[in-house]
Structure formats: structure tokens, C-alpha cells
Design a protein around this ligand. Sequence first.
Ligand SMILES: NC(=O)c1ccc[n+]([C@@H]2O[C@H](COP(=O)([O-])OP(=O)(O)OC[C@H]3O[C@@H](n4cnc5c(N)ncnc54)[C@H](O)[C@@H]3O)[C@@H](O)[C@H]2O)c1
Length: 258
Amino acid sequence: MSYQTGTGPRTAVVTGAASPRGIGFAVASRFAAEGWPVALLDIDAAGAEAAADKIAGEFGTRVVGIGVDVTDEDSVARAVEALAAAGLPPVGALANIAGVASPVPFLEVDMREWRRVVDINLTGTFLTCRALLPQMLEHGYGRIVNMSSVSAQQGGGVFSKTPYSAAKAGVLGLTRSLAREFAPQGITVNAVSPGVVDTDIRAGATDEANEAALAAAVPLGRQGTPADIAALVVFLSSEDASYITGTTQNINGGSYIA
Ligand SMILES: NC(=O)c1ccc[n+]([C@@H]2O[C@H](COP(=O)([O-])OP(=O)(O)OC[C@H]3O[C@@H](n4cnc5c(N)ncnc54)[C@H](O)[C@@H]3O)[C@@H](O)[C@H]2O)c1
């Protein structure tokens, strides 16, 4: 079965989906579990292909893995061509999950680190939106979910500092502006803003005692899981979410209550 919208079957594109312990992989899996054909896009091309095979094997939907550097306009264009060549239905949902953390203290942030973090977290989101919105407009169904972070709202996070906060705050502005511009065509654009989620993004930056302290600091008593985030992203991509746009969806166990 493929995911069927009122206007026909649609494919979900998920960036940053190669890491088996990551949020993107969980999002791609959840889309597949709900019957969507899925394209996993990641700078780790081999990882994306392996992840796609795993998800296809588990859920029986069509899943492809494609290499992309979301910061590179030509690479994004090539990924969109590869997706078209794979013969999946038109893209109806785009989840921009690719991202990197940056623990560097502000006075040590050089131009290279600034550009790396802003390019992957913010410019990458701009490039994939611009590349895939035309398909959504042409085929009459579009849901975009962009990954921000509580770090954007509270001014830094546990593992990330200024460039990351700035880039993720930029994602909120991009999201709101796109939401307003494309609402007349029925395209919805929302941001998801997690607190601490147990993935490899901060690999090496923590230990067991620190992990326990992180969980204890969350009112709901645990870190988030990739599956928690995936359920929200896939709901926001569904037909049931057609009246939700321009929002920032906080998902943090109560650790940031705005
Ligand atoms: N884990 C958390 O605590 C947390 C909290 C808030 C927000 N987030 C955000 O969630 C998203 C996913 O994070 P995660 O924890 O699953 O991290 P992760 O490191 O497990 O996954 C990130 C993925 O992005 C891919 N990627 C990196 N650079 C890329 C590029 N240039 N082009 C394409 N793909 C690229 C990586 O290969 C990786 O598969 C990120 O945007 C992150 O900022 C994470």
C-alpha cells in the first residue's frame, strides 16, 4: 500500500536519515509504517541506502536512499533528479532533519565553523524547500516540517552554542515566512523544536552520569526518543494536519514551557 492523499499517492522525503540511532531514520521509518513511499537523503550515501533497505524490508513500502550534501545546490538538484528517476510518486512531504551540533564557545567560533553550522542547519533547509516545493504545488499536496531546537528559543542548549542557536532560530523564521507565502496553495510549513533527544549527534560529548542528570532535569523524567519526534513529524505531514501551519511545535518533556 502506498500513502494515498485526496489528490493521489505521495512520497515523503526525509533528509539526515542515514544514522540508525538518529531522528531522521525514525521519521523515515514512521512514514513507511504509515504506508508512505520514502526517500532518505543523507551526506552518508551508503548509510542512506542501507537504511532504506532496512526500512523497506521491515515495512514493505518503496524506500530509496540517495546521497546528498544539503549545503550544495548542485548536489540537491542531482538528488531530486535521482528521486525522479527512481519512479516514486510525486513528493508530498519534506522533513528537513539533517543537522549538526556545535559546542564551540562563541569567542572561538571561526568563519569555517560558523558557515558549517549555518549551512547545514539553515541553508540546507532553504535549498531542499526550494527544490521540492514546485512538485508540491504542481500536484496539489504539500507538507514541510523543518527541524529547529529548543536551543533556538532558550539561547543555547546542553551540547550546542551560538552558531547552532542562530541557525535553528533562522529555521523558525524560514518556516513562518514559507508558511505565509504558500498557505494560499494549501501547503503547510511547520517547525519542530525538540529538547534533548538520545541520539549520536553529541557523540563523545557526554558520559553516563551526565546522561542521567539530563534525564532528571526533564519534568517528564526522561530524554526524548527519536520515535517521539517521528510521531509528531509524520502527524504534521498528514491530511489531518491541514489546518496547522507556521507553528513551532515544542517537544521537550516539559523542559521548556513557553
Ligand atoms: N538529538 C537532539 O538532542 C536534538 C535536539 C534538538 C534538535 N535536534 C535536531 O534534530 C536533527 C537530527 O539530529 P539527530 O540527533 O538525529 O542527529 P544525527 O547526527 O543522528 O543525524 C544527523 C544526520 O544528518 C546528516 N547530515 C549531516 N550533514 C549533512 C549534509 N550536509 N547533508 C545531508 N545530510 C547531512 C548526518 O549524516 C546524519 O545522518 C538535527 O537537525 C538536530 O539539530 C536534535
